[in-house]
Design a protein around this ligand. Sequence first.
Ligand SMILES: Cc1ncc(COP(=O)(O)O)c(C=O)c1O
Length: 344
Amino acid sequence: MPHDVIDLRSDTVTKPTPGMYRAMCEAELGDDMAGEDPTVNALEAEVADLLGKEAALFCLSGTMSNQLGVRCHARPGDEVLIHETGHIANYEGGAAAALSGVTCRLVPGEGGMPGIDDFAPHVRADAVYLSSTAAICLENTTNMAGGRVWPLDRLREVSGWARGRGLKVHLDGARFFNAVVAGGGTPREIADCCDTVSICFSKGLGCPMGSILVGTAADVRGARRARKIVGGACRQAGVIAGTARYALAHHVERLAEDHANASAFWERVSALEGVSGEPPETNLVFFTLAPHLPTPRELCDRLRERGVGMEPAGPGRVRACTHLDVSAEQVRIAADALAEILSA
Ligand SMILES: Cc1ncc(COP(=O)(O)O)c(C=O)c1O
């Protein structure tokens, strides 16, 4: 999309800030495949400590850190349980099967947050002809299920149950800090419920790329080998890890602004005739259009003509996402454009 577009399609569209460019230039560098990049090492130590885990591994993308997490817990022929909208199962190119020989068994759950009753019937019995249930994968915040934040007590309950059944818990925390800022618990409280956590720097935190996998020293050692196998061991990766350290220092608390902008957008849009949905908890706003209104594709095309980007998100459904590169004023302009189209 051109630069002058108010781009609410995703929080992945942000460009590095001047501070991030400075961090890139000033990063101390070394060969990360040899474990010699001081900036990567500092980032890994910092995030492991923040989450109260033994170790961390810098990765190129959220898909990579998620899939390395799955691989920590499941062997070929195993199965992981995951909500039916989960990113790992739906939007990572079938990677669990392609890379690790692992299948995903989809479970229901309100708001993308399955409870014990949703998971329990899907745990396989111990039989030679059945695949073996190895882990559950959770998403916090949920993406396609509405940008919802796992309440900490619910997360503890589900995690305690899973661990009691001998299942590992992987958290897809692409928007981990959105959950923290929205009141979902401290980084340690959330991470305590999980064996591995994947966090993206390239979503709300605004980095050009990069994610991290956090867990035990043994799991991270295994993931480091697997990362090499998929071509993910980089050399002077501190150029990018420097932006992640910068984002952790400067872009976490400001996520509250994105959440406030999403709420203001929703307040305006939910008042329009034929628009329905749930108020946002974080930076993702999903709304449904009544059948007499334009389809999501038509609406997004017309918005685009007015310099506003949004994305269809299923039948009758549209997603708008606030982030570092859109101001409160721009979000108001986007809501005005939407109102004009729908009331024409
Ligand atoms: C919930 C969730 N998990 C994982 C990812 C994957 O991240 P990446 O695009 O960096 O592979 C995304 C990307 O949008 C996501 O929304």
